[in-house]
Design a protein around this ligand. Sequence first.
Ligand SMILES: [Mn+2]
Length: 165
Amino acid sequence: MGKKILVVSDNHGSKSSLLRVIDIWKDDIDAMVHCGDSEFSEEYLKSLVNVPVYLAEGNCDYIFNGERDAIFECQGHVCYVTHGHQYGANWGDSGLVERALEMGADILFYGHTHTPAYDIYDEDHVTLLNPGSVARPRQYPPEPTFMVVDFKDDGQVEPHFYYLK
Ligand SMILES: [Mn+2]
């Protein structure tokens, strides 16, 4: 059957963008990841879906009261969730790869850059995934984005990026 994980980030207080994504996907996912800068509380984010929720604290999350980051297992993969600003996400991937290795994770979800990204570092067996921002995109063209990741039974991990229209 595989597993599907909805990954969102950086809605920066925009409830409507977050709720629109969740409304579309809530019945088709096995877990939700939020990579930080929701500007909402842990309880609120966890109340939005009936599946496990994994959260990271962003640099603008003043009312967030959860753990700074999260780690979980999915289909044999170790997934680590962080906002990424602590590891220099704006300046390149090396700090993120180093952190994934330190945490024993082969998949690292991050946000902060407001730019969707999918980077595979074969030598380190690390994949970096960023869903972009559902409210304040910075890539060109600046469309709000999010991601649904398919964890297949054969171990393959397939990210799908979507625009929030
Ligand atoms: Mn941020």
